[in-house]
Design a protein around this ligand. Structure first.
Ligand SMILES: Cc1cc2nc3c(=O)[nH]c(=O)nc-3n(C[C@H](O)[C@H](O)[C@H](O)COP(=O)(O)OP(=O)(O)OC[C@H]3O[C@@H](n4cnc5c(N)ncnc54)[C@H](O)[C@@H]3O)c2cc1C
Length: 371
């Protein structure tokens, strides 16, 4: 039997770990990922802020595949052909499958109007964010960039803003740069409770971040973002951390999608249209369930996905995944300080950052023991 895993997202890391520990006999596993290393987004703001080194937040996929006894195709997936049961990759390689699983994450939603690529830094893919961040440091140090505008008032936008501001304050003259955050919502962090929202609103105001609510960016041009209302908001560089969509490059003719384009799966994480295709993490949408697209859920889906793939391979009945009703969010704020949000509860302080750091390091050590 041939199992092909597309993308080394959080769920597939767990599949590789589990299959490395106990693999059903006679199964050939192939992983396809465009990157050699999987970057853990939970620690990404800490890397940007300067609290971590790159190797602390990345997992080596060659080693991970070695542990799992999997073949690693280090290339981007171009197309899935569900009829022929084969995938085609950017380097021309093709792989046939009996069972396919997709965990390729999601991308920020861009405005309809094309923006000059060199002016926009998308929060995802992380592999592109990191070099763009290095280039941004140089541009700021050369004085080319003086005003950074963030689009998106969710956790990713806020964590990136606070991390970048913290680091820039240490690399340049504090206050030399100005920061703006634009959101189309009425509040920051609309999925979180009012106390968390006001903690960050106060914090960003104290740090002289210009906050603009109820504005949707329609166009980017050198020097400004233009809203749907025609307002020009100054910015030299635009960090894009809005909503999420499946990468438009994921071609899979006939594969069931939800209205937003995510891969539609049932409670077994199995495609609604093809019983031999599974999907998990940000790229998947579970029929009848509503939950945020976050790493927490992608991680939780990992063990269920691994078990269901094993069951499918040996012909056992599948088991349903039930998303938890609430998840703990630990949102960092630049320095070694973070805010915890759980239902109506909000807690903040240096100790919350230490707690987050502990959880994040524990996640990494689960996969680093394989090195
Ligand atoms: C700055 C930032 C901070 C965040 N912090 C948190 C946090 O603290 N907690 C939290 O829960 N969530 C956080 N998130 C959200 C989190 O990153 C995502 O929800 C999570 O990464 C989704 O995981 P995933 O398993 O779906 O896929 P991902 O982790 O996105 O992995 C996708 C993988 O697929 C590969 N891939 C993609 N396309 C292709 C292709 N065509 N061919 C081959 N390979 C491909 C990629 O290289 C990557 O390895 C944060 C996001 C950002 C941007």
């Amino acid at each position: 039997m041939r199992l092909v895993l597309i993308g080394a997202g959080h769920s597939h890391l767990e599949v590789l770990r589990v299959f490395g520990l106990l693999r059903p006999a006679g199964v050939d596993i192939t992983l396809v990922d465009s990157q050699r290393r999987a970057t853990y987004s939970g620690m990404l703001p800490g890397l940007i802020a300067g609290h971590y080194e790159t190797n602390q937040i990345q997992i080596d996929l060659d080693r991970m595949c070695g542990f799992a006894g999997a073949r690693f195709l280090n290339t981007a997936l171009l197309e899935i052909d569900p009829e022929q049961r084969a995938v085609t990759c950017a380097d021309g390689s093709r792989a046939g499958y009996d069972l396919l699983s997709i965990n390729v994450g999601a991308m920020p939603v861009f405005p309809a109007v094309n923006a000059p690529a060199n002016l926009v830094i998308p929060a995802k893919p992380i592999a592109e964010l990191l070099p763009a961040w290095e280039r941004l440091i140089t541009s700021v140090q050369c004085g080319v960039v003086k005003n950074i505008l963030f689009v998106g008032g969710g956790p990713a936008g806020i964590e990136l803003l606070t991390a970048m501001q913290y680091r820039m304050d240490r690399l340049t003259t504090p206050g030399a740069l100005s920061f703006t955050l634009v959101t189309d919502a009425e509040v920051l962090l609309p999925r979180h409770n009012a106390r968390v929202q006001s903690v960050f609103r106060r914090m960003l105001a104290q740090r002289s971040v210009r906050l603009l609510f109820n504005r949707r960016i329609a166009q980017i041009q050198p020097g400004a973002a233009i809203t749907t209302q025609g307002e020009h908001i100054p910015g030299d560089v635009f960090v894009w951390a809005t909503g999420a969509t499946v990468a438009p490059t994921l071609h899979a003719p006939g594969l069931a999608r939800d209205p937003a384009g995510f891969i539609a799966v049932n409670e077994h994480l199995q495609s609604l249209s093809h019983a031999d295709i599974y999907a998990a993490g940000d790229c998947a949408s579970i029929r009848g369930k509503s939950y945020p697209r976050s790493g927490v859920y992608a991680v939780r889906q990992g063990p269920r996905l691994a078990d269901n793939l094993r069951r499918a391979l040996v012909g056992e009945p599948l088991v349903a995944y039930r998303p938890q009703k609430r998840a703990l969010a630990l949102i960092s704020s630049g320095s070694r300080h973070a805010v915890a949000a759980y239902g109506p509860i909000a807690l903040s302080g240096a100790w919350v950052w230490k707690w987050k750091d502990f959880i994040d390091r524990r996640f990494m050590s689960k996969y680093n023991v394989l090195r």
